[in-house]
Design a protein around this ligand. Structure first.
Ligand code: GAR
Length: 194
């Protein structure tokens, strides 16, 4: 059965680009299409990728005084309208409330080996700086189901890589990201075949 993704983004959108490329490639063994892209920020790189692939894209910024649930209801109205069955948080950096009908169908990728270096405020380059400061010798990425606690839900797939003594945070980020590009589509394939 072909799947329909909602991809939620806040930044550069390299994962969105990768997922949209795989979805457009019949040889990629990736039986999905991107039904909608939702960004909580206007003007981000991910929206340019969405336009390049001719994907439906919506910008839904949080409103002053709005609760997580109120924001989440707006987001999932769009997701349902797009007919998506699976939601991917691909660098989406806002807390997402999840309605009952999507429980267990929202997937996040995080650039560390959870449960290490996760939680509120721990995202992007901050993760890699913290890994280096701690002296870790391995790092990696985690794809997991999202529940109501940051970076907490059941793990679907992890991939690891070494941390080199000479690494800067951006060196490490690039090495981890190479693993992320493999991990996210592979986790989705496994998730859909469960
Ligand atoms: C990725 O490295 C992803 O793991 C990270 O944001 C980046 C998004 O890159 N996510 C988090 O830190 C979530 N806590 P992209 O916008 O280029 O796809």
């Amino acid at each position: 059965m072909s799947h329909r993704l909602a991809v939620l983004v806040s930044g550069t959108g390299r994962h969105l680009e990768n997922l949209a490329s795989l979805a457009a490639d019949p040889a990629a063994d990736f039986d999905a299409e991107v039904g909608v892209v939702i960004s909580n920020r206007p003007g981000v790189g991910a929206l340019h990728h969405a336009a390049r692939f001719d994907l439906r894209a919506e910008v839904l910024e949080g409103a002053e005084g709005e609760t997580d649930e109120e924001y989440g209801r707006r987001v999932f109205d769009v997701i349902r309208d797009a007919g998506a069955d699976t939601v991917v948080l691909a660098g989406f950096l806002k807390k997402l409330w999840i309605p009952d009908d999507f429980a267990g169908r929202v997937i996040n990728i995080h650039p560390s080996l959870l449960p290490a270096f996760g939680g509120k405020g721990c995202y992007g380059m901050r993760v890699h700086r913290a890994v280096l400061e701690r002296g870790c010798q391995v790092s990696g990425c985690t794809v997991h189901l999202v529940d109501e606690v940051y970076d907490n839900g059941p793990i679907l797939l992890q991939r690891w890589c070494p941390v080199e003594a000479t690494d800067s945070a951006s060196d490490l980020a690039a090495r981890v990201f190479d693993e992320e590009l493999i991990a996210l589509p592979e986790a989705l394939r496994r998730f859909w075949s469960r």
